[in-house]
Design a protein around this ligand. Sequence first.
Ligand code: SF4
Length: 352
Amino acid sequence: MSKTITNIYKRSSKDLYEELKDKRIRCMICERRCVLNPGSRGVCRNYMNINGELVHIGYGVVSAVESRPIEIKPFFHYWPNSTALTFSGYGCNFYCPWCQNHFLSFSDPPIESKRISPEDLVREAVINGDEGLNASFNEPATLYDYMLDLFELGRRHGLYVSLTTNGYYTLSSLKKLIETGADGWSIDIKGCPKMRRAIASIDHEIIFRNARYILDNNGHVEMVYLVVTNTNDFKECVEWIIDQHLKYLGSHTPIHINRYYPANYWREPPTPIERLISIAEYARKNGLEYVYIGNVGDPEYETTRCPRCGKILVRRRWYRVTYFNLDREGETYRCPRCGYKINIKGRYVSYK
Ligand code: SF4
């Protein structure tokens, strides 16, 4: 892929920040709402106050580009069996101490490096035969202005646009992203209000508020709960997460209950499989219809069954679909045995 240098920096539009006294500004892209003095950067290290304006200094500074199955993101109910051209930047607005991608998310964007234009990235996706784009690996909010341009262009070329994110956007910035056509959202729920050992400054309820907003605007949401041993796995935390899921998102929204492995500087042991199973059982007992256990490599835990009659509808192995048996009427998928409507957005890609 030819890497072209686009705008070295990109000024954000005025509606993404507030002007304060003495050329200070407040960034309104994510709920960190950083107040920036002239010359300083926000928590994510990708936005800077230059002469009283918000500037995306990380625009187009892309750390990785790779065609990947959408199931790995994870999305099990969105464009099944497709591939997305996946891209990432540097930095984060959370800094979870167990981050698997800490070599990207705990690094500043190397702003002297070449930048990849949205045109080049879309061209690569089209040449690859990918059905869509996916922002992931590190937190996509770090590439916010870049995504606005990229997603609009990607949509014009018939690509779907999706994110794997902590979902901590302000409602106004979320609205702008949705308006570009971003309709696939894999959202991490990191914990609960009683969690104290890490990322204690996060308001976890905002993540559910935003997920609801996406559903109300015709988007697709899958929640991802990485169960971190002795951190966000205690009873009150599990109950809070499942309660909020039901209250904000209802029973049809899938949840991935994922196993944690030690990474970065978090040394707690991997999540016991029995703990994952008991959380999944609790979620099902409380009415969630699509509950998966991830990061354990067992196809049984990644199988979709009809919530009404129990028929096996989709099987997966190593993040590829190995069996897909659903009836389709227009945009709607149904169980072929009992006719129950199954929550799937996008087209099943039958062969790649
Ligand atoms: S996008 Fe970055 S600078 Fe803006 S509020 Fe979030 S962390 Fe702060």
